[in-house]
Design a protein around this ligand. Structure first.
Ligand SMILES: NC(=O)c1ccc[n+]([C@@H]2O[C@H](COP(=O)([O-])OP(=O)(O)OC[C@H]3O[C@@H](n4cnc5c(N)ncnc54)[C@H](OP(=O)(O)O)[C@@H]3O)[C@@H](O)[C@H]2O)c1
Length: 337
């Protein structure tokens, strides 16, 4: 069965995703935009047959099996629920939603409708991530004790840009911090405690944050992210018998190596494959759709909800509030006393 994709939103990542996936042979049949003109332009650029002038029309398109949501985070829950309500499978850009409570609603709605839902946390589907999980499972660096990761980018400072606007879910954590937090949860499991410290912009969103997560057995993740500075963006997993060092830029296809306890290189890897970055997650999602197995896999929906709960708690400690916080929150890992 060929999965026929529709796209909601015509912004930056929608273009990159569709270009990567088209190059990998994935089939796009429709795009939906709030503007017919933007929809037509996007469809023409990517050779997509149907261009809809609303998101409602896109999800009502009988030829669409799976919808990719590429709108600002503040719309993700609404747009995902729209697609699920029309019986479509839905791949939702990161951050999956604004809050864990929203994420819970989306995941439960997909389960009830028997459609697949997944957060487009593409890093988890890259060959390097699969291999790192295998190296850890084989115990090659001993018990993992520390995850270190950063995500720093110098992004537009325009106050109206979605990254700076609280109404659109602006801030470093939901855009950038979600990568190291999701990586830490992937490697060390859902944390038992969260400690966060950060700086807010005049608009009240986090421009930077340092987060320490404590995991079962006392392992820790030390993470930092910011939307107004640059750094190489590397990551390490430090074990009792060695470590894994992932080179810049750690959350994209890149090179990495295993070192022994003394730092000597044991094995080197190159994860820069021919297959374009976003195609890995899209293929994994298609497999979920065609197999009918909607749970489990590298980005299980329940783990997405857990990551959102960690971010709820970090935001609470730093003082970032969004309109979606008016809804009662889910239980989050406690703050470190
Ligand atoms: N996986 C990745 O590597 C990656 C990279 C970048 C971004 N992202 C994620 O993808 C999502 C979109 O990011 P982006 O950088 O592509 O954003 P963007 O360039 O601003 O595009 C967002 C699109 O959403 C639609 N939209 C609906 N309501 C909107 C509103 N009130 N304001 C602005 N746009 C609105 C617009 O499409 P229409 O006008 O056509 O309806 C717009 O083109 C975010 O959640 C972000 O975290 C992921």
């Amino acid at each position: 069965m060929t999965v026929r994709w529709g796209v909601i939103g015509t912004g930056g990542v929608a273009h990159s995703f569709v270009a990567d996936c088209t190059a990998a042979g994935i089939t796009f049949v429709a795009v939906g935009s709030r503007s017919q003109e933007r929809s037509d332009a996007f469809a023409a650029e990517h050779g997509i047959p149907h261009a809809h002038g609303s998101y409602e029309a896109l999800v009502a398109d009988d030829e669409v099996d799976a919808v990719y949501v590429a709108t600002p985070h503040s719309r993700h829950a609404e747009d995902a629920l729209l697609a699920i309500g029309a019986g479509k499978h839905v791949l939702v850009e990161k951050a999956f939603t604004i809050t864990a409570a929203e994420a819970r609603r989306v995941v439960d709605a997909a389960r009830r409708a028997d459609v697949a839902v997944m957060e487009a946390m593409w890093t988890r589907f890259l060959p390097q991530s699969r291999m790192i999980r295998q190296v850890l499972a084989e115990g090659r660096i001993g018990r993992p004790r520390v995850v270190e990761a950063t995500h720093h980018q110098a992004l537009p400072s325009d106050p109206a840009h979605r990254l700076n606007d609280p109404a659109l879910g602006g801030g470093a954590m939901l855009d950038l911090g979600v990568y190291p937090i999701s990586f830490a949860v992937d490697v060390l499991g859902v944390p038992t405690a969260v400690s966060a410290s950060g700086t807010l912009s005049e608009q009240g969103v986090d421009t930077q944050m340092g987060v320490v997560l404590t995991h079962e057995g006392g392992a820790q993740s030390v993470l930092h992210f910011a939307l107004d500075v640059r750094s190489p963006n590397t990551a390490s997993v430090i074990g009792e018998d060695g470590r894994i060092d992932v080179d810049a830029t750690w959350y994209t296809p890149t090179t990495w190596r295993i070192r022994d306890r003394d730092g000597a290189v044991v094995e080197e890897f190159d994860g820069r494959e021919e297959l374009a970055g976003y195609a890995h997650e899209a293929r994994a999602f298609e497999e979920m759709v065609t197999s009918g197995t909607h749970e489990g896999g590298p980005m299980d929906p329940e783990e997405t909800v857990a990551v959102m709960a960690v971010m709820d708690e970090a935001r609470r400690q730093v003082g970032v509030r969004y309109a979606a916080d008016a809804e009662p929150g889910l239980e989050a890992p406690p703050a470190v006393p």
